[in-house]
Design a protein around this ligand. Structure first.
Ligand SMILES: NC(=O)c1ccc[n+]([C@@H]2O[C@H](COP(=O)([O-])OP(=O)(O)OC[C@H]3O[C@@H](n4cnc5c(N)ncnc54)[C@H](OP(=O)(O)O)[C@@H]3O)[C@@H](O)[C@H]2O)c1
Length: 308
């Protein structure tokens, strides 16, 4: 039976290994110290130690356990074998719920209303129709497109930005680096759903965010390294950003002494925007292992040159 090694720095990896052992996954589960582990042909991982994957000479497939694979591609000794990621309906459902919550928070001025409550101030902050609130989504892939479609159905004026042109009903799509400025200039609520790559690292910086209209809000659900923290803090202080809902951080867990916890108008959530159910993740891995053995095309392959 084909051996699949589970490795990486996350409690989700041993949990998945346990689930695979308990069920009928159709492969043999091994962990790095197990006898014969070096014979593994598939590795399932999250944030493997740099160089750890290179210790498996028979590897034919590396499988991530999440949508993003930056945590694997950053390994300088990454074996040159196919890399697959997770694409799951429940992941998109959860992301859509989270982004919708954030969009409604700012669109309905609930951030201001909650601040007023703390001051015991009764103030009916004026509302506007959703069609007048422009939501801009950076990253129009599996998750961004789903968020865009759901917000568009709620009546928001939605547009998106990606590398390549897209056609999505009722959603204007901008493509490429040259389109970033015009996209930002028309965005009241910016949602970041980009993958972390060499091109997107640090993209939420002062120069970018300054192109948003004054008073815009940020919903950051991509990766911590997209955001230049000091720039966002300064833009909040200056009032250029009216608020930021931030789910992902450069260092996770966010250290207890991080100033971000106490930054005015910044909401910290602990990387909870969305997670896929473990049983579904395991089923995707098992399907790709079956495909590998049958010589069929793998699902949800990552392009290592693009980094997503
Ligand atoms: N916070 C959470 O709980 C959580 C949960 C899941 C995922 N995430 C994050 O969400 C990210 C997106 O997931 P996904 O499944 O939607 O990814 P995806 O399907 O690979 O989509 C990525 C999108 O980003 C665009 N993109 C990539 N590089 C770009 C660039 N340089 N300029 C402009 N657009 C660029 C792509 O453009 P093209 O379409 O033109 O290729 C694509 O539209 C993940 O990588 C992960 O970091 C966060």
């Amino acid at each position: 039976m084909i051996k699949v090694v589970f490795l990486g720095r996350s409690t989700d990896v041993p949990r998945l290994a346990q689930l695979a052992r308990g069920g009928n996954a159709g492969f043999a589960v091994v962990e790095p110290g197990d006898p014969g582990a070096r014979q593994a042909e598939v590795a399932v991982c999250w944030r493997p130690e740099p160089g750890a994957l290179a210790a498996y000479p028979r590897l034919r497939l590396i499988h991530g356990i999440a949508a993003g694979v930056d945590n694997i591609l950053c390994d300088p000794q990454l074996p040159r074998v196919p890399l697959c990621r997770v694409v799951a309906t429940d992941l998109a459902d959860g992301m859509s719920e989270f982004a919708t919550w954030g969009a409604l928070l700012y669109h309905r001025n609930l951030d201001r209303t909650l601040a007023n409550q703390r001051l015991h101030r009764w103030q009916r902050v004026p509302q506007q129709p959703a069609a007048r609130t422009r939501v801009g989504i950076m990253g129009m892939g599996v998750l961004g497109s789903r968020v865009a479609a759901d917000l568009q159905r709620l009546g928001f004026s939605v547009h998106g930005w990606a590398r390549r042109p897209k056609a999505l009903d009722g959603v204007r799509c901008h493509a490429g680096a040259d389109a970033l400025g015009p996209f930002l200039a028309q965005t009241d609520i910016l949602v970041c759903l980009l993958p972390l790559t060499a091109e997107t690292r640090g993209i939420l910086n002062r120069a970018t965010l300054q192109q948003l209209p004054r008073g815009a809000a940020l919903i950051h659900v991509g990766r911590g390294d997209h955001m230049v923290t000091a720039d966002v803090q300064r833009l909040l202080e200056e009032g250029h950003l009216r608020g930021a809902l931030v789910d992902v951080f450069e260092h996770e867990p966010l250290p207890a002494d991080s100033p971000l916890w106490d930054t005015s108008n910044l909401i910290v959530t602990p990387h909870i925007a969305s997670t896929a159910d473990n049983a579904g993740v395991l089923e995707q891995i098992a399907e790709n292992v079956r495909r590998l053995q049958a010589g069929k095309p793998l699902l949800n392959l990552v392009d290592p040159a693009l980094g997503y």
